[in-house]
Structure formats: C-alpha cells, structure tokens
Design a protein around this ligand. Structure first.
Ligand code: PMV
Length: 363
C-alpha cells in the first residue's frame, strides 16, 4: 500500500456529535528504531513486544462546529485537568494527518487522556498516547464511513499513529509487531506496523517485562532530537544494516525459541541504541549509574544461575527486564532481592506481552 491508499473516501454520513474511547498499550522494541527520514519513515526496520499493563486510555468527544471558525478546535484534558503544554504536539499531529482524516476541521473535539502508569515515571507515553488518539479519530471516521473493514481500520490507525510518533505504529495490535520494509518479511511496510508473519515459539507467548524505574524525571534529550542526530552520524549506515541483519537472525530464533541467541540480539540492540547516542555530535548519555549496576547484576545472575533473563532499554535510564513465564518466580525474586534497590523510590512495573489496543465504548 502507498500513502495515497490512506486518503479518506468521501464521507457517506455526517454525525453532529458523539464520543469514542480507546485504550492502547505501550510497546518495547527488541530491534530498535533510531533514525528516520522525512514523514516519519524509519531508517531501519524494527520489531517490538506489545505491552499490556502500561497503556493510555483516551476518549474523544466530537461536536459539529457552529462558529464556522477555520483551523483545528480542541480541548485537552490529561488525567482530568486541562493540559495546555500537550496542545502544540496535538496541533502538529492534526496538521500532519489532516489530509488523511479531513473531518478534523469540521468538529470541536474534547480529548481526555490518562495513563495507567504514574505520570512522571520516565515511561514515554507517546507510543500508547498517539496510538489511542489515532484509534479514536479513526473510529470517528468509521462512523462517517461505516463500510471500512477491520483490517484497513487497524492499518490506517497504525499509519496515523506513526505520523504522531514513529514507534506508536507498533502499539495498535499485539503481540509481536514489525514495522519498516524488510526484503525478507512479506508485506512489511515503512508506513505501518504488521503482525510478525512468521512462526513464533510458545516460549515467547507469555513473555514478561518488569520495568525498573531508575529515573523518573524528564530525560535531557528527546527522541526527536536523538533521531535527528542520526543524520550525518559516523556509524549510522552500519547501524541501519545491523538492524536489518538482526531481524533476519530473529526469524529462526523466534521459530525455534533459542533464548540464548534471543538474549544476545536484544541486549546488543539496547546497547547499540545507547552507543549511537554516545557517539553522535553532540553526544549524550541517558543511562544512569543505577542502569549500569542493574545490567551488571543481570549478567552475573544469568551466568551464575543460567536463568534466561535479560534487559533492554528504550531512550532513557529505565531498564526493561525480560524473561519467559517459566522462570517468573525466580526472576521476580531476583528483581526484588537485588534490583529494586536501584529503582527510584523502589518503584517498578510488572508488565507482560499483550494483545493490543481495545475499544472501551462508543456513544
Ligand atoms: O517513537 P519515537 O520517535 O519516540 O522513537 C522511539 C525510539 C525507541 O523507543 C528508542 C526505539 C523503538 O523502536 O521504540
């Protein structure tokens, strides 16, 4: 499919008002997206586990505009309170997607959003937030064009979410989502995420992700700036090639369930992501001393016990501890005994692989 395929069909109905609510999860990348071209096109393909507990719920109430004013019109409430500083991001998002959802200027929207995870937890809400908002908007479009089929609905929701925040396109469905064209992955696309199309061993079905909240504050460098620094980065081309290669390697790992090989790629991807940050110009470090303490403890524990637990990182200091269902008790015990001490205020979130976004209500 191309961008043109996402242009809206002429609307068949006009609804004066209504309200839709969706809950979309966060995701954690195993092969990372870091570096992009114009229009949120990724420089390399990526793959992620969709999460379950970490999610954003968003409702969008729409009311036909009576004032005839040009431009977008919306109010934004975050956790029940007006949130002016989020508005420019939504405005930019609306501008980017207007061509694909042209009803945006016909209505006044009241957008209410809240996260399942604590506000300043250092967990990025852009993926789940943009996914939930995109689903709501597309749900409105579906009311104007009821013929839209389920498959196209999900694709277009992912397409819109990508225009809000790249990785958000992997937060529509579960449980293993791939995004970005890859010659060996049929139907892979730079425009939206797809369900990973190959065999996946049951060992990956109930995977756990315990998120250790090492640093809850705002990170010093945003992902937008980080992606941008991959332009002219001395290692960029090799890094992009490595991501393609890692997706190739994952094919037999996912099918066969070889956790040793899985861990090698996942941890290497996490460290490579941060290596890109440390070697860009300007350079920066998002890991904290406790991030490194945790990594070293995980390595030692794994060597000593052979329990297949590993870590990954997103663009921040928090550590995602990944492990299969079969070692859940041991892993939780280890986390509580040795790792929680490195978390800010001892806070961590027990999450696991999830099945994707769901509708809460249509009114
Ligand atoms: O979606 P963005 O633009 O916030 O970028 C996210 C990038 C990483 O989380 C670091 C990696 C990824 O693939 O999710």
């Amino acid at each position: 499919m191309t961008e043109k395929d996402f242009k809206a069909e002429p609307y068949q109905y006009f609804s004066d008002s209504g309200k839709v609510t969706w809950k979309a999860p966060s995701n954690i990348a195993l092969v990372k997206y870091w570096g992009k071209l114009a229009n949120q096109i990724p420089a390399n393909p990526s793959i992620s586990f969709t999460l379950d507990a970490c999610a954003t719920s968003t409702s969008v109430a729409y009311q036909k505009k009576e004032d005839g004013k040009e431009g977008f019109s919306f109010d934004l409430l975050f956790e029940g309170k007006p949130k002016e500083d989020f508005k420019p991001k939504i405005e930019t998002f609306f501008k980017r997607i207007e061509f694909y959802v042209p009803f945006l200027k016909d209505y006044h929207f009241t957008i209410e959003t809240s996260n399942s995870f604590p506000h300043s937890s250092g967990i990025a809400s852009s993926a789940s937030g943009m996914a939930a908002l995109s689903l709501c908007l597309l749900d409105v479009e579906k009311q104007l064009n009821p013929g839209m089929n389920e498959e196209f609905f999900k694709k277009k929701a992912s397409f819109l979410a990508r225009l809000g925040s790249g990785s958000a396109c992997r937060s529509i469905e579960g449980d293993l989502i791939q995004w970005g064209e890859h010659p060996q992955i049929p139907n892979s696309s730079n425009l939206y995420g797809i369900k990973y199309p190959f065999e996946v061993n049951p060992v990956f079905k109930n995977y756990h992700d315990t998120i250790l909240l090492v640093h809850k504050g705002q990170k010093q460098v945003s992902s937008t700036v980080g992606h941008d620094l991959m332009h002219g980065h001395p290692y960029a081309q090799n890094r992009f090639q490595q991501a393609f290669g890692n997706l190739d390697k994952f094919k037999s790992i996912f099918a066969g369930g070889d956790l040793e090989e899985f861990i090698k790629i996942v941890e290497s991807e996490a460290l490579t992501l941060h290596a890109m940050m440390m070697t860009s110009m300007p350079y920066f470090i998002l890991m904290k001393p406790d991030t490194l303490e945790i990594i070293n403890k995980i390595w030692k524990y794994r060597t000593d016990t052979k329990v297949p637990i590993c870590f990954t990182l997103d663009a921040g200091a928090n550590v995602h501890v990944l492990y299969p269902e079969s070692v859940k008790e041991k892993a939780i015990q280890f986390i509580q005994d040795e790792l929680v001490v490195h978390c800010e205020k001892g806070h961590y979130i027990c999450d696991r692989i999830g099945i994707g976004a769901k509708i809460i209500a249509d009114q």
